[in-house]
Design a protein around this ligand. Structure first.
Ligand code: SF4
Ligand code: SF4
Length: 320
């Protein structure tokens, strides 16, 4: 059969579907790779699983390409005599750190000795792939200006893992050109980033918006745009429920008096009540298992016993 121009091959679609299968898309913790992001509200929404990340099969394959490139970076470094350690021999896992009861965490790409510019200094390794346009910016301005999130990520890793230097190695995906930069530890900035992580993890409500203009370009690109600027009820799971709290080593449900597994958090339960700041109305009354919200037009709604479940509120919003 002739192929219709622009139509996706069913085989390609099946490959994308295979990437998407079985993934919730939610990270269990606040990742060091995100902590340099400007908007704390965005980070809080992600930590609280408000929006399923829109990572389709093509995007997931692209992430995998980045991971596979890491193996090449390590081979390249070893081929010029650099000693590289990319995983813990005992556990077989990447080296990393956790803090704040396991809610802030990250894994490094490796540690290296023998970097030719400073052969006696241990370096933390961070590998990244770039498109052509951003690679030119990287060469011109360096990591801190071009990719502040990557810079913040390395500052945090160095601080937690005791490195004084990081070696950032990037590749231009279009030309295979390489770029390297040595990054200094910055304990003062690390303290600020850790304070930021603490604020996000311990906050019981979203932080202020970085912009009140929904049309601002960063807000338009943000995956939480509809929850943040349009007042759409977020996903229903334990992280968006007012009964849950991040505790040492996990999440605790105060309603049922238990610590929740990752799968239990994903599922939530029929006792879910939205964290009040996630719905657009004002709380006008509340009981043990219900919350009443009032709106400017005089309407009201009950979430919980005698009213609508969180899933019904979300479905009603979707149908509106
Ligand atoms: S939409 Fe804008 S203000 Fe809201 S979380 Fe995203 S970046 Fe922050
Ligand atoms: S009440 Fe249900 S949805 Fe809420 S935290 Fe407990 S188990 Fe999760």
């Amino acid at each position: 059969m002739a192929k219709v121009p622009g139509q996706l091959s069913p085989t390609v679609q099946a490959i994308y579907d295979a990437y998407e299968g079985g993934r919730s898309g939610f990270r269990p913790h606040l990742g060091a790779s995100l902590i340099g992001r400007e908007c704390e509200r965005e980070l809080w929404y992600s930590f609280r699983w408000c929006t399923i990340p829109d990572h389709n099969g093509r995007m997931l394959r692209l992430f995998e390409t980045g991971q596979k490139e890491e193996e090449r970076f390590i081979e390249n470094l070893r081929s010029v005599g650099v000693e590289v350690h990319d995983h813990d021999e005992e556990t077989g896992r990447q080296f990393g750190f956790t803090d704040f009861g396991g809610h802030f965490a990250g894994s490094i790409d490796g540690a290296a000795l023998g970097i030719i510019e400073a052969p006696k200094t241990w370096h933390l390794l961070e590998f990244k792939t770039y498109n052509d346009r951003r690679f030119e910016l990287l060469k011109k301005h360096g990591v801190e200006i071009t990719s502040p999130e990557h810079h913040a990520q390395m500052v945090i890793y160095m601080d937690y893992m005791g490195f004084k230097r990081a070696f950032y190695l990037a590749v231009n995906k279009n030309s295979d050109e390489l770029y390297a930069e040595r990054i200094k530890a910055d304990p003062t900035y690390a303290v600020l980033l850790k304070d930021k992580a603490r604020r996000i993890i311990t906050a019981d409500r979203p932080q202020p918006r970085i912009s009140e203009d929904p049309a601002w370009w960063k807000c338009k690109c943000c995956e939480h745009h509809v929850a943040c600027h349009e007042g759409s009820p977020p996903e229903v799971n334990c992280r968006t429920c007012l009964h849950s709290t991040p505790v040492d080593g996990g999440w605790r449900c105060e309603k049922h008096g238990q610590v929740l597994s990752y799968q239990e958090q994903l599922r939530g339960c029929s006792d879910h009540l939205y964290i009040p700041y996630l719905l657009p109305g004002k709380v006008i009354d509340a009981g043990d298992d219900w919350v009443d919200y009032g709106f400017e037009d005089g309407m009201s709604i009950r979430n919980g016993r005698g009213g609508l479940s969180s899933r019904q509120i979300r479905a009603r919003d979707a149908a509106a």
